[in-house]
Structures are given as C-alpha cells and as structure tokens.
Design a protein around this ligand. Structure first.
Ligand code: SF4
Ligand code: SF4
Length: 97
C-alpha cells in the first residue's frame, strides 16, 4: 500500500522538525512533510531515500527503536523524484512547492 495522496492534501495541524504532520493520531506516526511527504507508518527505515537524495533532504530518526525517514530539509528539494523511485514501499510523495 503506497502513501495516500489524499492525506498529503489535508491541512497539517501539527508541526515537527520544520514540516507539517498529517494523520498522526496515536498510535499512528502519520505523514511527515509537505512538498516532500513521507508516510512514517509505511517507512521501513531502509535509508535508501537518504542515500539517493543529491542534496541531503532526509535525516533518519529513531522512533520507539525504529528508524524512520524525516524530510527535515524539504525546502531544499529540487524535485528530482529519485527518492520516490527508490523507496521500496512507495511511502514518499513529492509535490510542487
Ligand atoms: S525529490 Fe530529489 S531532491 Fe527532493 S527529496 Fe527526493 S531525492 Fe531529494
Ligand atoms: S526509502 Fe522509503 S522505506 Fe526506505 S527509509 Fe526512505 S521513506 Fe523509508
């Protein structure tokens, strides 16, 4: 199941690390980021997005002992979409700024 584009379009009511968070009602971690959105409930923490990103948008963070990708520098994104292509669970969605 890939990231749901409808969730990304919702208004963010929580901010974290400089980006909006959607659909994060506990125990869900939710979708982190705005123009670079990662569904952290689907993310398996493989780190491929961080490795492939040419400008280091992502940090890997520890959430309850599990690694999750967080788009902490989403404003720097150049929309190359390499991260979307490489993500094995398709939990990233890039949108225009
Ligand atoms: S679209 Fe490109 S620049 Fe933007 S976060 Fe993904 S890999 Fe990085
Ligand atoms: S490539 Fe996908 S599954 Fe792997 S860390 Fe990044 S967002 Fe998570």
């Amino acid at each position: 199941m890939p990231i749901d584009p409808k969730i990304v379009k919702l208004k963010a009511i929580v901010q974290h690390n400089g980006h909006g968070v959607r659909n994060a009602k506990a125990p869900k971690l939710g979708v982190h980021g705005d123009n670079v959105a990662v569904d952290q409930d689907l993310c398996i923490g493989c780190g491929s997005c961080k490795q492939v990103c040419p400008i280091n948008v992502y940090d890997m963070i520890d959430v309850a002992g599990k690694q999750k990708s967080d788009p902490v520098r989403q404003k720097e994104c150049i929309e190359c979409r390499a991260c979307e292509a490489v993500c094995p669970v398709k939990c990233i969605l890039i949108s225009p700024k």
